[in-house]
Design a protein around this ligand. Structure first.
Ligand SMILES: C[S@@+](CC[C@H](N)C(=O)[O-])C[C@H]1O[C@@H](n2cnc3c(N)ncnc32)[C@H](O)[C@@H]1O
Length: 257
């Protein structure tokens, strides 16, 4: 598990990257380091280059970097193909032709699910508690907004850095609370596996996920959706109102009347 975050600001780095890096250093009270390679597996190093924030870590003693992007790779592909019929999440959220629920994504992570929900037309408030993941996500969101590739979608996404456990209990003005906590035995492709391992190095295993669901069920929000890997037990031993099952995961839907 990562225990310390530092930042590398290369001597030759130009504006605006230098300004971004100095702001992040101040906001997160980071120490500077003279090298962008982490000295051990408990330390991670932020670096800005060309507007992209990345985090350098050691995975199995090998240097590796993590950055998030809303336009690239699997996320961009899935988002570009988004439609009600190919996204089970639309069913889980209760999206209808003239109804787009307002969603609180209380476990934002890389923001992939939030992006899909925004592509479906939902306004999404994302909460992420882990500071490094939040910083990477904020940078991806900023770049997505600046790219102008999909301004309408970008404007539906809002991000906060906080633990959502308390917030969910009194959350008002939302139609859905969406939860996708980490699960110890997620099995995915090699690439995602690596991503998930990096994620776990930063965020741990979300052992308080039961509490998050119990808090959400106390809220006035009428629908709670929990994404679970195939075969994973329900959270907090609470039986959902119904399930929507996909090949590798399922949505547990709680109608919170
Ligand atoms: C499996 S990831 C979510 C992935 C996300 N659905 C996506 O599409 O990228 C879980 C994330 O939720 C965050 N998290 C877990 N519990 C949280 C809480 N109570 N408040 C805020 N963030 C939380 C973790 O730090 C982690 O980044």
């Amino acid at each position: 598990m990562i225990e310390s975050l530092v930042i590398y600001i290369a001597p030759e780095i130009k504006e605006p990257d230098r300004g971004f890096a100095l702001n992040l250093k101040q906001a997160l009270d980071l120490e500077s380091t003279s090298d962008n390679e982490p000295s051990d597996s408990k330390r991670a190093v932020f670096e800005y280059a060309d507007g992209i924030l990345c985090l350098h870590l050691l995975l199995d003693n090998k240097p590796t970097s993590l950055s998030f992007d809303f336009d690239d790779g699997e996320v961009g592909y899935r988002a570009r193909r988004v439609s009600k019929s190919n996204e089970l999440v639309a069913r889980a959220l209760g999206v209808k032709p003239n109804y787009r629920p307002k969603v609180l994504d209380a476990t934002a992570g890389m923001g992939r699910d939030s992006l899909i929900m925004a592509m479906l037309g939902c306004n999404v408030v994302m909460y992420e508690r882990q500071v490094a993941i939040h910083a990477l996500l904020a940078n991806a969101l900023e770049r997505f907004k600046l790219s102008g590739h999909n301004q309408q979608v970008a404007e539906r996404l809002f991000l906060a850095q906080n633990d959502s456990k308390e917030f969910v209990k009194g959350a008002e003005g939302f139609d859905v609370i969406y939860l996708d906590p980490m699960f110890p035995e997620r099995k995915k492709s090699a690439l995602v596996k690596k991503e998930m391992r990096l994620f776990k190095m930063l965020a741990g295993e979300d052992k308080d996920a039961d509490e998050l669901l119990l808090g959400a069920l106390q809220s006035p929000v009428p629908r709670i959706v929990v994404k679970r890997p195939k075969g994973a037990p329900v959270l907090a031993n609470k039986k959902p109102s119904h399930e929507i099952v996909a090949k590798k995961f399922r949505y547990d839907v709680y109608l919170n009347s």
